[in-house]
Design a protein around this ligand. Structure first.
Ligand code: DAH
Length: 354
């Protein structure tokens, strides 16, 4: 072979090897490329062997070039190998046994609704199906809405029913009008002030009490308020609505009991109970051996409250209720400690996912 054709051969081998290498996407293909180019019978190895057939004076230069080609391709081979090892794909690896594509994948953890949220949504849906609209209101409330306009004047002993968390902001007149709402009832006033009757709303939301916690008391919990005002609303509407609610949440057979109770913003006021779903009213631990479980407070909206928001109590009447969402969830799921709702133990919270 003369010098020109030897150098051309070298050139061709280099071009072909480099362009073939850029196409390679798997370690298996890379290995056959190595064998083809640099292996014992590979093209570059053949090139090096061919040096001995060249005229003596050319061997030195041609040998040097062939060796640098060999080194250059070896280097390119190493770089491409590391690249492929870092970017292994199922296709590129399937022949090498290094990846077991039959192994099950890792589970992606998904969150679940908090039991309070799930219960609130379920309850609101029941009332929505009866024509009530779900709305929300502020958690930081004015004394006027939390108490005064609900017929609970300042220094009235009825305030003892709600231990309040006051906000440390004193106005120039010396008053401290802000607190964390102790119940969702202030939304009755806000709603009536902002619209004319008829009114049908349910108001879920967080409420706060300055109280020590125990199995049935939390300082922060969730209430669901309800209000209906229209012409000709009677106590029978209250009973019908709340009985239907009890059946939808606690089962078809449930009976509701209404007994007198006092809340300053309703007259008459009632305590609503259902017959115990656990013992069917015979008496057990869940119902404190009475056969009945209290689920909410309710009543006919007090005429003074209607007057205060500019509704004429001679024309309009209404009923209202308020219940604790966690209490309903506890009864539904047999949970015996309210503190579990907010202690963030995922094992507890997870149980109520659907
Ligand atoms: N707001 C009362 C409480 O937190 C519950 C309540 C009782 C709400 C009677 C009402 C009602 O709307 O009519 O204790």
């Amino acid at each position: 072979m003369d010098q020109d054709s030897y150098l051309k051969l070298q050139d061709d081998i280099e071009k072909e090897a480099v362009s073939a290498l850029t196409e390679i996407a798997s370690l298996v293909d890379l290995e056959s490329w190595r064998v083809d180019q640099l292996g014992r019978n590979g093209k570059v190895t053949g090139l090096l062997r061919g040096i001995s057939e060249l005229p003596v004076d050319l061997r030195r230069e041609a040998g040097g070039k062939a060796n640098s080609l060999k080194n250059a391709l070896t280097e390119k081979y190493q770089a491409h190998k590391s690249y492929l090892e870092g970017h292994s794909t199922i296709e590129s690896e399937s022949g090498t046994n290094s990846l077991d594509v039959t192994l099950p994948g890792r589970n992606i953890e998904s969150g679940t609704l908090h039991p309070t949220t799930a219960t609130v949504r379920e309850i609101c849906k029941v009332f929505e199906s009866m024509g009530f609209q779900t709305i929300e209101g502020p958690e930081v409330e004015l004394d006027t809405y939390n108490f005064q306009k609900l017929n609970i004047p300042e220094d009235h002993p009825a305030r003892d029913m709600w231990n309040s968390l006051w906000i440390d902001r004193v106005l120039p007149d010396g008053s401290r009008p802000l607190l964390l709402r102790t119940h969702t009832s202030p939304m009755q006033i806000r709603t009536m002030e902002s619209q004319n009757p008829p009114v049908r709303v349910v108001v879920p939301g967080k409420t706060y009490r300055y109280e020590a916690t125990d199995a049935t008391h939390e300082w922060q919990f969730c209430q669901i308020e309800g209000l209906a005002v229209d012409k000709d609303i009677t106590f029978a509407d209250l009973k019908g609505t709340l009985e239907e609610f009890a059946r939808r949440i606690f089962g078809d057979k449930r009976k509701a009991r209404f007994r007198c109770d006092f809340f300053p913003f309703v007259e008459p006021g009632a305590e609503v109970s259902i017959d115990c779903f656990k013992c069917e009213g015979r008496g057990c631990r869940v119902c404190g051996h009475t056969g009945w479980i209290e689920i909410m407070g309710a009543g006919m909206v007090h005429p003074k409250v209607l007057e205060g928001v500019g509704y004429d109590p001679e024309i309009y009447s209404g009923f209202a209720w308020g219940m604790g969402a966690e209490r309903i969830a506890m009864l539904k799921h047999g949970i015996d400690d309210i503190r579990q709702f907010y202690s963030n133990d995922v094992r507890f919270l997870k149980q109520f996912s659907r």
